[in-house]
Design a protein around this ligand. Structure first.
Ligand SMILES: Nc1ncnc2c1ncn2[C@@H]1O[C@H](COP(=O)(O)OP(=O)(O)OP(=O)(O)O)[C@@H](O)[C@H]1O
Length: 483
């Protein structure tokens, strides 16, 4: 992989990392951040004193990227290169490069707040601004003070505001790696369609009939839309004249394929959701039959990090289903919202990775420029914070004042106070604000998941509390717990 843009900057990257505890690396999608950066640091000897950790916001990315790196290193997965995701740890004593979800790293820091097994922590795809990544950014800032000479932290993305992250980390250097691997032509339509599912089918068939070979990746919002599109696409493909174009294989990629489909492939002890990810992965990442075009119809889970070899065309509906917390109702809802420019760029970046590509955006360029937000609203600003606060409390960090925890974008004091009140009312913290044994149990066993860090940070507590939205909070109640 000597030609990847990032590898050409190996010397500069190594030199900058050597001199600085925190470095931000910005490089185009597909330039080699996820797969090459850890290998560069491995070559430079950083794995001698500890493991190189690379976090990913999604399990599907942690698994697929680690598999790719294991292949490049010519080792079996779980040996020198491994991954750890919820319910599945494919690492061993030999592991030197470990891909893990940000939730798993949060979980590990519950047991080892200094994360001593790691010599390098790379927070990849930081632009996603998941709640977990934001907590990790704050924790890294503390950690780097304790482990100044023994830990390197890298924050990477194609589309992150590097300057902002640099200021957060005391003006750490930002390395911008120029160069894209293959060009991606962006095509906007002139008018926004009334129905983006219909418009996606039309565009996909148009490509299938007119354009040269290459798989098509279609971004929709959720399972309902995907199922509708798959049905319509099947109908349309069948109505094409026999032999008029190559065969078609339609593959949905989302988090809830039916359980019957799992059983025949996987042993029953693997829990439901994880089988789904793995099943999706197997289907999408195996080689297509010859003379066949694949239509991969996905939610935003394929938006970052993934390389699906064979994808030449991307169809971007311009929408995403996003979780939104409504503090007055105390409940979460899933809403279909317009994507941000960052997401549009990430979607386009799924093409052009193994050959030149084309991205069809089902929205006019004026809408993109004028209406789309520059970046996605960070999850921390649309979540209940009860889970996050309980997680931070359970870390037992000295001098930890929750209201002053250093977040890249601080949530409002009010939302932190509401979270503290909620925790106090369910006896998870006491009147002094200290975590109780019940709170510890909650933090340790939420959702029965071995990785409660993830569940917590993603707001399971917030959701379950949401079932009791109207907890009377007496104004006379002691407020000593508010820290
Ligand atoms: N599974 C794979 N099959 C074929 N090529 C791959 C695969 N994984 C990675 N590559 C190649 O390696 C390149 C770099 O991939 P990598 O995931 O490191 O990029 P990245 O900079 O992290 O991208 P992004 O910002 O989109 O996550 C890809 O553009 C592609 O050429």
């Amino acid at each position: 992989m000597g030609d990847l843009p990032i590898v050409r900057f190996e010397e500069k990257i190594a030199e900058t990392v050597e001199k600085n505890p925190v470095v931000v690396v910005i490089g185009e999608t597909g330039s080699g951040k996820s797969t090459q950066l850890p290998q560069i640091l491995y070559r430079r000897g950083y794995a001698k004193s500890g493991i190189i950790a690379v976090t990913q916001p999604r399990r599907v990315a942690a698994v697929s990227v680690s598999r790719r790196v294991a292949q490049e290193q010519n080792v079996r997965i779980g040996e020198e290169v491994g991954y750890a995701i919820r319910f599945e740890d494919r690492t061993s004593e030999k592991t030197r490069i470990k891909y893990l979800t940000d939730g798993v790293l949060l979980r590990e820091s519950l047991f080892d707040p200094e994360l001593n097994q790691y010599s390098v922590i790379i927070l990849d795809e930081a632009h996603e601004r998941s709640l977990n990544t934001d907590i990790l950014l704050g924790l890294m800032k503390r950690l780097i003070k304790w482990r100044y000479s023994s830990l390197k932290v890298l924050i990477t993305s194609a589309t992150l505001d590097g300057g902002k992250v640099s200021r957060f980390f005391s003006d750490c250097p930002v390395l911008t790696v120029p160069g894209e691997l293959f060009p991606v032509e962006i095509v906007h339509i002139s008018e926004r369609p009334k129905n983006y599912v219909e418009a996606s089918v039309k565009k996909a068939i148009d490509i299938h009939v007119r354009e040269p070979e290459g798989d098509i990746l279609i971004f929709l919002t959720g399972q309902d839309d995907i199922e509708k599109l798959v049905l319509k696409l099947e109908e349309k493909v069948q109505s094409l004249e026999e032999g008029s174009c190559m065969d078609a294989l339609i593959l949905p990629l989302h988090g809830s394929l039916p359980p019957e489909m799992q059983a025949s492939y996987f042993p029953s002890h693997i829990p439901y959701l994880d089988i789904l990810d793995i099943l999706d992965l197997v289907r999408v990442f195996s080689s297509p039959p010859p003379n066949c075009r694949r239509f991969i119809v996905s939610t935003n889970i394929a938006e970052t990090s993934l390389t699906v070899d064979g994808v030449v065309y991307v169809i971007d509906s311009g929408y995403v289903k996003q979780r939104q917390y409504n503090p007055s109702a105390g409940m979460y809802s899933l809403e279909v919202v317009q994507i941000s420019k960052v997401q549009a760029k990430q979607r386009a970046g799924r093409a052009g990775r193994t050959r030149p590509g084309k991205c069809y955006r089902l929205y006019p360029s004026m809408v993109y420029h004028d209406d789309f937000l520059d970046a996605t609203v960070p999850e921390i600003q649309r979540s209940s914070l009860a889970g996050t606060v309980l997680y931070l409390k359970s870390l037992d960090l000295a001098d930890m004042d929750i209201l002053k925890f250093d977040f890249l974008d601080s949530p409002s004091i009010e939302s932190l106070e509401v979270a503290l009140k909620q925790l106090y009312l369910v006896d998870a913290i006491d009147k002094n604000g200290s975590i109780t044994s019940l709170g510890r149990k909650m933090a340790g066993s939420l959702s029965g998941s071995p990785c409660p860090g993830r569940s917590l940070a993603f707001g399971s507590i917030g959701v379950s509390m949401g079932l009791h939205p109207i907890i009377p909070v007496s104004s006379k109640m002691s407020k000593a717990y508010l820290h």
